[in-house]
Design a protein. Structure first.
Length: 409
């Protein structure tokens, strides 16, 4: 059977695969702790549910416009005014099946084969594969100083005559790193100067800790006319705990939104009418659930840091936001002579804790540990991992009634 070259080049989604694996084991009654997830466990805002139910009761079941319903676009206009202090028009907006689709149609709109797309590493697993789906080339950039905070110089060093676009995700999945206002200002100005597209993936921008406030990229854009190559991405998945509702959007110049809409029209048509209604409810409704989620995540981040600080050999940079912590387990990958994938499999097999291997995000020897579950998930999960990896651990561990005995060094 012949499979296209592009299809052959696309890896499965490590994070979605892990979710499936964890769910299967849990269904079999295994005491799984999922520290690999990328979705809040809190309830969606009640306004979202009310809107969705009202739509179901109304009997409205038809296609929506390919770029989103007028009502949803009005909600995005309001959102953009509130969080970016920027007044946009409906023609500046496309509503998609999640932020993922909004990014995908943006890339399909701007990239030609062999174009290069730069983004800081470690990076969200999908950036590399989405760029490859366009026949283009992903160019991850590692901070020269070994931190999760690249400098402008690191980015500039990777620019070639093929560079077409830069993607910035702040706060970042998988590190939780929130880039400084100066860095965002420099990136925006640099992209304008060089004529690069800039995709600001702001999907986590309201989930910041320690009093940090989101950086508004528009503040630094000199050209906000139809020539602007700035594309801002957002969605309801993370901030409103509505990952399964699959609604995201992009705000950009009208001349970009038109081809993005044409592509989306042939790919999937407009997003579901029910789910756009729910998103309108979430965006326009009471916002207390976002702050409550943010506070819970900040507390969970603190618990995670405390647990990792007491884990000899593990190093972790304190996340500034999101619900991830990207921890350095290189001491243990070396000790157990395994790569991060093998070590993650080992941990799942031995102590039933799911973590995502760092290599999926472009950094070997690390694990992405989620803090979107409960405090108990974090403390119990890290306790089990420590027991599995640290040779100085006691010989036995109880998981509920089940007694585990170490038969490895
Ligand atoms: C950095 C980043 N961007 C975009 C997305 C996609 O979000 P959505 O669920 O809206 O497609 C994710 C989801 O994990 C993400 O981590």
């Amino acid at each position: 059977m012949s499979i296209s070259i592009i299809a052959q080049s696309i890896a499965e989604s490590a994070t979605l695969k892990l979710n499936e694996k964890a769910a299967l084991l849990r269904a079999k009654g295994e005491p799984i702790i999922h520290l690999g997830g990328g979705e809040p466990k809190t309830a969606a805002p009640v306004d979202a549910i009310i809107h969705a139910v009202a739509n179901l009761n109304s009997g409205e079941t038809r296609y929506t416009p390919a770029d989103g319903t007028p009502e949803m676009k009005q909600a995005v206009i309001r959102y953009t005014e509130e969080f970016y202090d920027r007044k946009v028009e409906p023609e500046n907006i496309i509503v998609s099946g999640g932020a993922k689709q909004a990014i995908m149609v943006a890339l399909q709109t701007i990239l030609n084969p062999q174009d290069e797309v730069i983004f800081p590493a470690p990076y969200w697993v999908s950036y590399t594969e989405m760029v490859k789906l366009c026949g283009a080339v992903p160019v991850p950039v590692y901070a020269e100083d070994g931190t999760f905070y690249p400098r402008m110089k690191d980015i500039e060093d990777h620019v070639t005559s093929y560079t077409k676009c830069i993607i910035i995700n702040s706060p970042n999945n998988p590190t939780g790193a929130f880039y400084s206002e100066e860095f965002i200002a420099e990136i925006v100005e640099y992209c304008e100067k060089k004529g690069f597209y800039l995709i600001m993936d702001d999907i986590y921008h309201r989930l910041l800790f320690d009093g940090k406030r989101p950086v508004n990229c528009y503040k630094y854009a000199k050209d906000l006319t139809e020539n602007s190559k700035l594309i801002v991405i957002n969605g309801v998945s993370k901030q409103y705990a509505m990952t399964g509702y699959r609604i995201g959007w992009a705000v950009a110049a009208k001349r970009l939104i038109v081809p993005m809409t044409n592509i989306q029209a042939h790919q999937t048509s407009g997003p579901s009418v029910v789910l756009q209604k729910a998103a309108v409810g979430a965006i326009n409704g009471v916002q207390s659930s976002v702050e409550s989620l943010r506070r819970t995540l900040e507390n969970n981040r603190n618990v995670m840091m405390q647990e990792l600080n007491g884990f000899d050999g593990v190093h972790a940079t304190k996340p500034d936001g999101t619900f991830y912590c990207f921890a350095d387990f290189r001491y243990y990958t070396k000790l157990h002579k395994m790569n991060s994938k093998q070590l993650a499999d080992f941990i799942l097999e031995k102590v039933r804790v799911a973590v995502v291997p760092g290599i999926e995000f472009g950094m070997e020897g690390y694990f992405r540990l989620s803090t979107c579950g409960s405090v108990k998930d974090i403390t119990e999960g890290i306790k089990r991992i420590k027991w599995a990896l640290d040779p100085n651990s006691p010989n036995e561990l109880y998981i509920g009634q089940r007694k585990l005995v170490r038969d490895w060094v």
